[in-house]
Unconditional design. Structure first.
Length: 157
């Protein structure tokens, strides 16, 4: 009987450990069980989205205020179209706010940073942020630097 009690205790301990591991994995990945009931959708068009992914965070002043829910190609403008879900609590963002694709750290994950504008009209469900700054691609910067230094060497000879 004591052996059976010990086995049940170990089984419950393992089950609690697995549940804790599952909860930790959900927290780290940013997935939630709740739906987007308290959110509204906003769109933005970017020339280069390089590295931005669905479920990336949307921040303002370093505080997470939403997430990216979809990324697709706008076939009329030939730009990347990003759909963001913003928390309903942040319902007073001016229409002339700026959306920038930023990088956490030197080679970290990409996210969208919102800078507040000054207009009195506010973003509503389905609005589009027109003032955007695309992602910086490290390879492009290195290529421009190398190409510029090669051009300087050729003109000095």
């Amino acid at each position: 009987m004591q052996n059976r009690t010990l086995e049940i205790g170990v089984g419950l301990f393992l089950l609690a450990g697995l549940l804790a591991l599952l909860l930790l994995a959900l927290r780290v990945s940013g997935l939630t069980a709740s739906g987007g009931d308290n959110a509204y959708k906003v769109y933005a068009h970017f020339e280069n989205i390089a590295g931005l992914t669905v479920r990336a965070k949307v921040t303002m002043a370093g505080v997470t205020i939403g997430k990216v829910t979809a990324i697709d190609l706008d076939r009329d403008r030939y730009t990347g179209r990003v759909t963001m879900e913003l928390d309903e609590q942040v319902n007073n963002l001016p229409m002339d706010s700026t959306a920038s694709i930023l990088t956490a750290g030197l080679l970290g994950e990409k996210y969208i940073g919102i800078s507040v504008g000054g207009e009195e009209d506010v973003l509503k469900d389905g609005s589009t942020i027109h003032d955007t700054q695309s992602s910086l691609v490290l390879e492009d910067l290195i290529g421009k630097f190398l190409l510029n230094s090669v051009n300087k060497d050729q003109t000095s000879q």
